[in-house]
Design a protein around this ligand. Structure first.
Ligand code: MG
Length: 165
């Protein structure tokens, strides 16, 4: 394998944070972002880490995150999503690949991603073991339409290129 492209996508419903609702604390790319709503999910609901994990697994033609870490398995209840990414990276390195670059688009009405961007990018560089200039993160709104635009969900798209090293 010399170079492989992968795509990852994820969506999580956002609900008021517990105990008001079923939302978990809002976390994106492993970084806590203050918000009164948070993702509903079996794990910690980190949509960015899930989409990155799936993009890396997808590039290699490996089983996806839901196959490796089923949401009916009690072991992954409330799990820090870093663990899922670490497993994808282990498989990537086993094949002699590394992240060439990665481009992510986060779509949510609130919270604004801008203020957390630098911290998220730095954390992703740490997790992926690459320099920040290989990582790009874009925040967009959904123009107030549909569930995402009404603040009831967060959506993430990721494309990555894995290269031999
Ligand atoms: Mg997910």
């Amino acid at each position: 394998m010399s170079a492989r492209i992968g795509h990852g996508y994820d969506l999580h419903r956002l609900e008021p944070v517990a105990p008001v609702g079923a939302g978990r604390p809002f976390v994106l790319g492993g970084v806590r972002v203050p918000h009164d709503r948070g993702p509903v999910g079996h794990s910690d609901g980190d949509a960015l880490l899930h989409a990155i994990t799936d993009a890396i697994l997808g590039a290699m033609g490996e089983p996806d995150i839901g196959q490796l870490f089923p949401d009916n398995d009690a072991r992954w209840e409330g799990q820090d999503s870093e663990l899922f990414l670490v497993e994808a990276l282990r498989r990537m390195r086993e094949r002699g690949l590394r992240v060439g670059n990665l481009d992510a688009t986060v779509i949510c009405e609130r919270p604004k991603i801008g203020p957390a961007k630098a911290a998220i990018r730095a954390n992703l560089a740490r997790l992926l073991g690459c320099s920040e200039d290989r990582l790009n993160l874009k925040g967009k709104t959904h123009e107030k339409v549909d569930a995402v635009g009404e603040g009831r969900a967060i959506e993430v798209h990721v494309v990555t290129l894995l290269e031999a090293h």
